[in-house]
Design a protein around this ligand. Structure first.
Ligand code: HEM
Length: 105
C-alpha cells in the first residue's frame, strides 16, 4: 500500500495569506513525479496555526526521488520571497493500512 508524507507547517496568522498565495502559484511539478498519487493543502479551521501539506506516494523511494529532484525546484520560490511564510515545519511519515470509498449504487 501507499505511504503518506505530511508536512506540518506552523503559520503565524499574519502569514496565512502569503502562504496561501504561494501555494496558489505553486510550481505544479509534483504532479509529474514518478510514484506521486495525491496532494492536498489543508487549512486549519479550528483555531490552530498548522497547515498540512498532504502527499501520498507509491512508496518511500518515489518520495525520496522527488525530494532529490523537482521538490528543490518547486521550493525555490521567486525573488519576492525574502523569508518563508511558515515559522516551522515537521514531516510525518505514515503508511496506508486501510482505505475506503463510498459504494457506487
Ligand atoms: C522547510 C520545510 C518546508 C516548507 C517551509 C515548505 C513550504 C512550501 C511552500 C510555501 C510551497 C509553495 C511553493 C513555494 O512557495 O515555494 C510549497 C510547495 C510544496 N511543498 Fe513544501 N515546504 C517544505 C518542505 C516540504 C516537504 C518535506 C514536503 C513533503 C511532504 C513538501 C510538500 C510540498 C508540495 C507537494 C508542494 C507543491 C509543489 C508543486 O506544486 O510542485 N514540502 N512548500
Amino acid at each position: 500500500m501507499s505511504i503518506v508524507k505530511i508536512n506540518v507547517l506552523t503559520v503565524p496568522a499574519e502569514q496565512r495569506e502569503t502562504l496561501e498565495k504561494r501555494f496558489a502559484s505553486r510550481a505544479g511539478l509534483v504532479e509529474s513525479a514518478d510514484g506521486f498519487e495525491w496532494f492536498e493543502l489543508l487549512r486549519p479551521v479550528d483555531g490552530t496555526d498548522n497547515y498540512l501539506v498532504y502527499t501520498r506516494w507509491r512508496d518511500e523511494e518515489s518520495f525520496q526521488a522527488w525530494m532529490e529532484g523537482s521538490m528543490k525546484e518547486a521550493h525555490q520560490g521567486g525573488s519576492d520571497r525574502p523569508k518563508p511564510a511558515a515559522s516551522g515545519s515537521t514531516v510525518w511519515t505514515m503508511e496506508v493500512l486501510q482505505q475506503a470509498e463510498p459504494k457506487s449504487d
